[in-house]
Structure formats: C-alpha cells, structure tokens
Design a protein. Structure first.
Length: 333
C-alpha cells in the first residue's frame, strides 16, 4: 500500500526541487501518495494565514510531510511559516546529518556529524517588542521540559545508531540563567547514558573546533539559534547548502526539509541543487520503513555525483531537472 505523505511545494525554488524529488521517486518505484497542502507566500497573497489551519490538521492526521523551503519576509510582515509549522506541530527535534558525500570535494575529510537542534523555543519564540522608542526586546525562552526532550532525543539517537559521543553546546558563561538551565539539563540527561561519552562546549569554541577537529565530533545537541547557525556552518563544510538535508520530529509527526531556504534569486532558473531536498526525502523513506528504497536512491545519487554530474554549486553545469533525470537513469539501470 502506498504511504500517505503531505507535500508542501514551497516558495522560490521549492517547486523545482519538489519536481526533482518526484522524478527520482518515480524511477525508484517508491509508493508514495502525495497529499498536497498549502503554506507560505502563496497563502499570504491569497489573503489566507501563512500556514492555514487545514494544513496543520492534515499533517497531524497523516503524520508525515515533505516540505520544500518557504520564504519569510525579512524584518517585517508575517511570521515565519517554517517556525509556525514547527511550533504548531510541536516538531521539537530538528535533526541535521552532516556527512561527506562521495564526489563532493570537501577539505573536511571523514566529516560525519549529526546536529540536534531544539526547534520550538529560544529566540524563535517570536516574542518581540519595542521596550522604548529606541530599544527593542526579543525574548529568549529556554525550559527544562524543552531542553530535556531534545537532549534525550540526541542521546537516544546516539545509542540506537552506534554513535560514541554527544556534546552539548551553549553560551552559559554569558546567559547564565537560560543557557545555564539548558546545560544543567544536558548534564542530568547525560548521566543517564553512561555508555555514551559526553561533554559540553561554548558555542563559539564549538564553531572553531568544528573546522579544526571535526573528526572528534559525533552528535551535537543545542538550543534553537545555535543549531540554526551551526548547522549552516556544518552544511558549508559538507559542500554547501545545496547538499545538506534535515528532518523535524515531534510526537506522532515528522516533517522533512532541506537546511537551505527558498533561494529566491534562482526561482524558475532550473539551476539549484536538489540533493538537499532529495536526501531529506531519503530520511523520510527511512522514517517510513522503506530502507531498500532509501539505499537505492542514495546509491543512485552518489553514483551520479561520482560521474561528475553536478549542479553549479558543486562546480558542474547540470540543471536541477537534468541532475534528477541522471539519478533516475541510474535507478532504472
Ligand atoms: P537560502 O538558503 O535560500 O539561500 C542562500 C544561498 O545559498 C543562495 O543564494 C544560494 O547561493 C545557496 N543555496 C541555497 N539553496 C541552494 C541549493 N539547493 N542549491 C544551490 N545553492 C543553494 O537563504 P536566504 O537567501 O538567506 O533566504 C531566502 C529565504 O528562505 C528567506 O525568506 C528565508 O527566511 C527563507 N528560509 C527558509 C528556510 C526553510 O524553508 N526551512 C530556511 C532558511 C531560510
């Protein structure tokens, strides 16, 4: 029976990337029954909320979704559709694997790290106001409940996936109360996993160590804002935003999406790299228990890259659709 999956085609380059995933899934004979749901700029332009209630209800009902990137107006206008989805679906664990890909050159040989980013709290609470005419406040929220479930998710993942160590990342030297709370919870959870090595790092030091001692790191867990920034840094180490996948997990609900945004300047140019969304879709296949399909799609993707078929960001001249067609041919043998 086909798996039901909600699909958000997204803004900017989103629809082109979704078309690439559809091409590859068709060639891999993956049985997915896509249920299209609306969110993003198109909704705002049609006078609807940026994430309509029906979209939230449908994803909750189906339990799984694939989401192309969506545009958030900067510095004004409506709230982020991405943050809204994560909060309304309580997708508290953002998981971003960062791994060297065959055929994608990187100076970070052997890179293989999984980042756990808390996805619902921190400065993404979207509580901001002008305290006076000249001073803005943005509220940072860190709870013991939110910190505990993301730390536990990271340690459970490490245990299930044979990972050796989990490092907690924070700025508790400056934000002694908020990040101090996260750090205390991290240490408390770590004590329950004596089989997993653990320590903590201050986020700035963590960034430096990532690019100097990347082989030391295995699983990293951190609050929302640091996770957002560190995972883009790590995406760059892997080969760029075009290749970095992601997944958001909650209770009974999971939404898969690339790390990158809607890259508006490339809209309609059939140019950007579909690898990040495709690898996010393979994380979804694993979640659905389609392990053979995941292996096949990743294998075909890697073969295509090894043959030197690449989009512009990796130094090649393949188009988005051309790259997807090459993977599809690989799958069809
Ligand atoms: P972006 O990630 O969209 O793009 C930054 C740059 O990265 C692009 O100009 C391009 O050079 C490169 N890039 C991104 N994706 C690529 C791909 N698939 N292949 C090749 N190169 C790629 O970031 P931005 O320009 O800061 O943000 C644009 C919009 O996306 C904003 O509205 C932002 O809020 C939104 N955004 C959405 C998400 C999401 O949907 N999860 C994430 C980040 C940003």
């Amino acid at each position: 029976m086909a798996h039901q999956v909600c699909l958000i085609r997204g803004d900017g380059v989103g629809p082109e990337l979704v078309a690439a995933v559809e091409t590859v899934f068709e060639a891999a004979k993956v049985s997915v029954d896509w249920i299209e749901v609306e969110a993003g700029l198109k909704c705002v332009e049609a006078g609807k909320p940026i994430v309509p209630d029906e979209t939230i209800a449908k994803i909750k009902e189906v339990g799984v979704g694939l989401k192309a990137p969506m545009t958030t107006p900067i510095g004004k206008g409506s709230v982020s559709p991405n943050v809204t989805l994560r909060k309304k679906l309580d997708l508290y664990a953002c998981v971003r694997p960062v791994k060297q890909l065959p055929g994608v050159p990187t100076p970070f040989d052997g890179l293989d790290i999984v980042i756990f980013r808390e996805n619902t709290e921190d400065l993404y609470a979207q509580i901001e106001y002008m305290a006076t005419e000249h001073v803005a406040h943005s509220v940072k929220i860190i709870s013991d409940f939110g910190s505990e479930r993301i730390c536990r998710a990271a340690f459970e993942y490490a245990r299930k996936n044979g990972r050796k160590r989990v490092v907690g990342v924070h700025k508790a030297n400056i934000m002694k109360i908020a990040d101090g709370l996260f750090l205390n919870v991290f240490k408390k959870v770590a004590a329950e996993y004596p089989d997993i090595e653990s320590w903590d790092n201050i986020v700035d030091n963590q960034c430096m160590q990532l690019v100097t001692k990347w082989k030391l790191y295995d699983v990293l867990v951190m609050p929302n804002l640091y996770g957002d920034i560190v995972s883009d840094l790590a995406a760059g180490m892997m080969g760029g935003l075009g290749v970095a996948p992601g997944a958001n997990y909650g209770v009974g609900c999971a939404l898969f999406e690339a790390v990158h945004g809607s890259a508006p300047k490339y809209t309609g140019m059939n140019k950007v790299n579909p690898t990040a969304l495709l690898l996010s879709a393979t994380l979804m296949l694993e979640h659905l228990g389609e392990l053979d399909a995941r292996r096949d799609v990743e294998g075909a993707l890697e073969e295509t890259l090894k043959k030197g078929i690449k989009t512009y960001d990796l130094g090649g001249d393949a188009t988005t659709s051309g790259f997807a067609d090459a993977i599809a041919s690989e799958l069809r043998g």
